[in-house]
Design a protein around this ligand. Sequence first.
Ligand code: GTP
Ligand code: IMP
Ligand code: MG
Length: 389
Amino acid sequence: MQKIMAVIGAQWGDEGKGKFVDYLYPGCSMAARFNGGNNAGHSVETIENGRQRVHLLPANAYRDGAVCILGNGMVIDLDVLKEEIQRVMEVNRSVEVIVDRRAHIITNEHKAKDQEDEEKRSIKIGTTSRGIGPAYADKMYRKGMRVCDIDPQFFWSIRCAVADTTMILNNAISGGDSVLFAGAHGTMLDIDHGAYPYVTSSNCIAAAVGTGAGVDPRRITDAIGVMKAYSTRVGGGPFPSEMDEEAASAIRKKGKEYGTTTGRPRRIGWLDIPALRRSALINQFDYFAISMLDVLSVVREVRICISYKYSSQSGIGEDFPMNDSEYSSLTGEYITMKGWSEESVLGKTNFCELPEEAKLYIRTIEFMTKVPVKIISTGPRRDQTIDRR
Ligand code: GTP
Ligand code: IMP
Ligand code: MG
């Protein structure tokens, strides 16, 4: 059956989209990125190739015969593109890369401005300093440079095709092919739906497939929300369920929670149900894919933030804080559950094999978000996955 999958970050990015894009790709004729640039970082781990990373290409790149599309909604650093194609081809010669003619270019000026602006800010966003914001600003200001403005020889020399990828994608879909859209970052970092200004400069949600790839979002058959069994965030801004440093450092160490792009230690939080509900609302997820269930085993008791309470309002709130003053008046309401051991979940491929505590955790997420959890990652590798589809 034809599947048009959108793999979307349901939290603050780094939910493990890389692993799931790689896992879900077989059966598709192509995968496409539609937002952001090399501020993203996705890791894929296999027995043959160990841990591999991509920043611009969708994470199907290590699959045999992979077709990787960089859609019109992206911003591209040409040096990074060159280096990344070279690096991926060393491992997978069969990869084919196609960039859209209308994607925008990140220049050295954009990168310098990104850094300068961050230094000048009194309250830091903590950008990846890859020039993303300034490149999108120039695009919106209608003075950006695009792929079609660059000498085609350059793309030829780095083994990257240039094309109208909107036509390629729509033709593939009309012809009955399955296609995967690989989201970057996460819904809570979306320029419109995240906690502005602590966001990235693109739309990261499923509907952005419409603008960023030229494909009607109604074509999507599977809107897949990727979430971690806990929460992480890189950079500044509201993070309501952030945990104390003792628990955070144990999870950070076990889950290797350092930025793929910048190497910064990630902030760690408990699962945040109001954020996930908000995310499910905006993206209308058909199901969740959850990662890092084995990593969460380092804590004896697991907490879940089930609602927010604002001291500035009466009662309990569901709304995500919109600004710093709302955030500072917020406290999370939590439930606590018994944890599980690493051995009891690591590498499991069948839901029935999971310990009762982990099953209850998954069922609690399903109950509270009203979204089924259909794929469960129980380790870094492709094969360490439970698939309940
Ligand atoms: P996205 O940005 O959403 O693509 O996530 P990411 O790829 O940035 O995450 P990161 O770079 O932190 O890499 C995640 C690493 O954790 C990769 O090596 C994955 O193979 C690995 N990983 C993914 N799922 C699991 C899991 O369930 N358990 C463990 N132990 N590792 C996982
Ligand atoms: P920028 O996208 O580099 O402008 O950074 C803006 C904010 O988004 C910063 O807080 C970054 O840390 C965050 N961010 C951007 N991309 C990612 C990502 O892929 N994972 C996690 N955080 C990200
Ligand atoms: Mg990442």
